[in-house]
Design a protein around this ligand. Structure first.
Ligand code: TRP
Length: 341
């Protein structure tokens, strides 16, 4: 059991999940769930670190994100889907871990650094936001996760987790916590429909897994392509053209795609035809996802039941690690038990 492969991964519930999530991580989770003990965290506490003014948005998106998981084929009989705020041990572990990290180290975390710059926090930076990598380290450590399937932007979080794990094990001369490795998806970051480098919830350039057939085709029709490809006869550029980036990520007919690319580069292939192909590919991929989603969406009670059960199971796993941590540190007299603990 000690060497069992354990996956911990998840998302902040700040909106529905889109094609970028699907290419970058969801698809992989569906595959990995059959070979790895899989925990999937809906990180509402982490989402609060930059959404404290909209707690209801975070709360409502727990259901949406869970529906997205179920619709892509994450199987709640196999994988454990849980809600972060229902596991108080994660917050308690975070408190211990806070003492194992310096403010300077957090400020150097490249992902946090980018986010702080983007959001223009300056002096109004919430402590919770700066410290969310510590809480993420607790998420990972609490399940003794060995593998974290994530996008490249999450690599610094895993590095930071492993530093905390090594510091803890070193300081208390133990092997209680386990280091984790990232599993990066083969497909890199998916661009937005507007050609910007990142598809993002807040950027208005995403195709959602839950978008209707009509919405998807409208979004595809409006997609950015090669701005210099003015006439059909002109040679076009495939690189940086999001229509081809999506085809690369989702079209299983690789030979057909290579032919299309060659034709596009030569000239004589209109954007409309390439978009029509993309529409075919995406609609047939999304149709079963949409169908499954609406099945679950008709029965939110059942989804909440799954979340409750998953969280119960996750809590048992996390409390046992929390207890090991507490005991190893020698914190709390064993005979000082108050009810509820
Ligand atoms: N930081 C992740 C995101 O922004 C969500 C997350 C929280 C997570 N805890 C995690 C991912 C633990 C992997 C492992 O989407």
């Amino acid at each position: 059991m000690e060497c069992e492969k354990v996956i911990l991964t998840g998302d902040r519930p700040t909106g529905r999940l889109h094609l970028g999530h699907f290419a970058g991580s969801l698809r992989q989770r569906v595959e990995l769930q059959s070979t790895h003990r899989t925990y999937i965290i809906i990180a509402d506490m982490q989402a609060l670190t930059d959404n404290v003014e909209q707690p209801d948005k975070v709360r409502d998106n727990i259901l949406e994100v869970c529906l997205d998981y179920l619709s892509v084929g994450i199987d709640p009989m196999v994988a454990t889907i849980f809600v972060q705020s229902l596991i108080p041990e994660l917050a308690m572990l975070t408190m211990f871990f806070m003492n194992l990290v310096t403010v300077a180290r957090l400020e150097r975390n490249p992902t946090v650094k980018d986010e702080i710059a983007q959001k223009d926090f300056e002096r109004s930076l919430p402590v919770g936001f700066l410290a969310y990598p510590v809480s993420q380290a607790a998420d990972i450590a609490a399940f003794r996760a060995t593998h974290i399937p994530v996008g490249a932007d999450q690599l610094p979080m895993i590095e930071q987790t492993n530093e905390i794990v090594r510091r803890f094990n070193g300081l208390y001369r133990c092997n209680v916590l386990r280091e984790a490795k990232a599993i990066l998806s083969a497909v890199g970051r998916l661009p937005g429909t507007d050609g910007k480098a990142k598809m993002g919830k807040s950027l208005g350039n995403a195709i959602y897994l839950s978008d209707s057939e009509k919405t998807v085709s409208t979004k595809i029709r409006g997609m950015f392509t090669d701005p210099n490809h003015l006439r059909v006869e002109d040679p076009g550029t495939v690189e940086g053209n999001p229509v081809f980036a999506y085809l690369d990520a989702f079209d299983s007919d690789k030979d057909g795609l290579e032919e299309m690319k060659a034709h596009y580069r030569r000239g004589g292939l209109g954007d409309g035809i390439v978009k029509r192909r993309l529409n075919e590919v995406l609609q047939s991929m999304l149709e079963p996802i949409r169908r499954r989603r609406s099945g679950f969406a008709n029965d939110p009670g059942e989804v909440f039941r799954l979340l409750r059960e998953g969280s119960q199971e996750a809590r048992e796993a996390a409390s046992s690690v929390y207890d090991d941590v507490r005991r190893t540190m020698g914190i709390g007299y064993p005979n000082l038990r108050v009810s509820g603990s």
